[in-house]
Design a protein around this ligand. Structure first.
Ligand SMILES: Nc1ncnc2c1ncn2[C@@H]1O[C@H](COP(=O)(O)OP(=O)(O)OP(=O)(O)O)[C@@H](O)[C@H]1O
Ligand SMILES: [Mg+2]
Length: 235
């Protein structure tokens, strides 16, 4: 479904991604593991078109997207839930969800269906539909950010640190929801600091060190790998 080949991404003159090559197959949950600053968020931003790679190719469903505008990439079915939730201030829960459906679909009827799907996953959001997005709790904001990502009907969902800053009980429910979204037919590329939980839910994973992919494999194999255990799973 998604294939990055020798992607090199820079911020000004500093190279952050170095010949990054990996793929995500339809139906999978794939996780990217790496320390702070390894380049995980940069990979997601490069896929969603927020940053242009200097070289390399990104194929999505067989088409090159590395030079496509972000809004075109969303319209093709890739949705990016950024790190830190980024709830739009001044908009209610409804407004935050609705804004993610424009401009390529404005019919209230089809929005209603998508809203119902989000509310089945996150009933809490329906109870708070008219509440200002910024006034939600941290966990509720995370639900809203994921829900907003689903409003564009993604085939591929990019999730950046969905469990960051949440209480342990909520972390568990975030990972259950990720599994549920996947079972409903959405392929997922998941970035997580919580490598242990990510490897529990994922099919496969890649380990990123200083912008290089150094290891890949089935999630279970990575979780059992001595080096991965020492570096990311607390021994
Ligand atoms: N806009 C930017 N301008 C310059 N450097 C940046 C920019 N964004 C990120 N970087 C640098 O690029 C490197 C990779 O950042 P990135 O956000 O991709 O890391 P990450 O793996 O997501 O880390 P974390 O786990 O802390 O979220 C870091 O060294 C960071 O300081
Ligand atoms: Mg990050």
């Amino acid at each position: 479904m998604l294939k990055l080949e020798k992607i090199n991404t820079y911020y000004k003159h500093v190279q952050v991604l170095k010949d990054v090559t990996f793929q995500v197959n339809a139906g999978e949950i794939v996780t990217l593991i790496g320390a702070n600053g390894a380049g995980k968020s940069t990979i997601l931003k490069t896929v969603s078109g927020l940053i242009r790679p200097k070289s390399g190719s990104i194929k999505y469903l067989g088409n090159d997207i590395q030079n496509m505008a972000p809004e075109k990439i969303v319209a093709q079915g890739i949705s990016h839930v950024p790190e830190g939730r980024r709830i739009f201030p001044g908009l209610t829960v409804f407004g935050n969800l609705e804004v993610a459906t424009t401009p390529w679909r404005r019919h209230r009827e089809s929005i209603q269906k998508d809203l119902e799907k989000v509310f089945r996953l996150f009933p809490r959001l329906q109870e708070r539909i008219d509440q200002e997005g910024w006034s939600l709790s941290g966990g509720e904001q995370q639900m809203l950010a994921v829900g907003r990502g689903l409003m564009s009907r993604p085939k591929l969902l990019l999730l950046d640190e969905p469990s960051l800053g949440l209480a342990p009980r909520l972390v568990q429910s975030v990972f259950e929801t990720i599994k549920q979204i996947n079972q409903q037919g959405t392929t997922i590329l998941l970035v997580e600091q919580n490598a242990y939980a990510a490897l529990q839910v994922a099919d496969r994973g890649y380990v990123l060190v200083n912008g290089h992919i150094v290891l890949s494999g089935l999630a279970g194999d990575l979780a059992a790998d001595k080096k991965v255990k020492e570096a990311y799973l607390g021994g």
